[in-house]
Design a protein around this ligand. Structure first.
Ligand code: BG6
Ligand code: MG
Length: 216
């Protein structure tokens, strides 16, 4: 039983399914570079920062690039991604998200976003969810990517709480590791095979109750 005071949510893959837009943009970049980047290859990019994702993609294509070329490739990918997310609407919020956020806030439990994405703010505004979060930490505010716990520790700090009172919701292995490293409880959102290190794994935010969270 924990004294739950704060919940930190990853954005991509937990609140919205933006992984498909990231994939569309990376696949297009790979195509321009002359190779195929599969949906399976894309799994390794979940939760990983933009530049680290590019490195994984380039090594898949056996492509060597200078630092400047890498900056240019990452910018090109991001341009397409920004175009894809520009049309996002609140109906893309994943089932159960709003209900869970409302019930947490009603109980006085603080809510935060901990996303590696530098586009998190844009997405949150597009889906009209900014009011649901007390704290938003995104890729612009941190220097160390998940699995480093920096992002979640910043969220805990800004909520003025301590890690044992907080739960992280994550769909990526790197994010689960970051939560564990930061001393927080962790709920994996996705498949138990991939997220087995989490304290609890659920298929989506519509499959969890406050009682279950408090029992962690
Ligand atoms: C994470 C995604 O939330 O953000 C990754 O899971 C993505 O796939 C990362 O690479 C960085 O996103 P952005 O928008 O800053 O390129
Ligand atoms: Mg994610």
């Amino acid at each position: 039983m924990m004294d739950l005071k704060g919940c930190i949510f990853d954005l991509d893959g937990v609140i919205v399914d933006t992984a498909k837009y990231h994939y569309m943009a990376w696949r297009r970049l790979a195509k321009e570079l002359g190779f195929v980047f599969t949906l399976e290859d894309n799994e390794a990019l979940k939760g990983v920062s933009r530049m680290a994702s590019l490195e994984i993609l380039l090594s898949k294509g056996n492509i060597h690039a200078t630092r400047q070329e890498k900056e240019e490739l990452a910018a090109r990918k991001n341009g397409w991604y920004v175009e894809f997310i520009s049309g996002m609407k609140p109906d893309e919020i994943l089932p159960g998200s709003v209900k869970l956020l409302r019930s947490l806030r009603k109980e006085g439990i603080l809510t935060a976003i901990g996303s590696a994405s530098k586009n998190a703010g844009t997405i949150i505004d597009k889906i009209n969810l900014r009011d649901m979060f007390d704290v938003i930490i995104d890729g612009n505010k941190i220097s160390k990517a998940k699995p480093d716990p920096e992002i979640f520790l910043r969220a805990v700090q800004e909520m003025k709480l301590s890690p044992p009172h907080c739960i992280v919701f994550e769909d990526a292995q790197a994010g689960i590791e970051a939560a564990i490293a930061g001393g927080m409880k962790c709920v994996g959102v996705g498949s138990p095979e991939l997220l087995g290190r989490a304290d609890l794994v659920i298929p989506g935010l519509n499959k969890i109750t406050l009682e279950q969270l408090r029992a962690l």
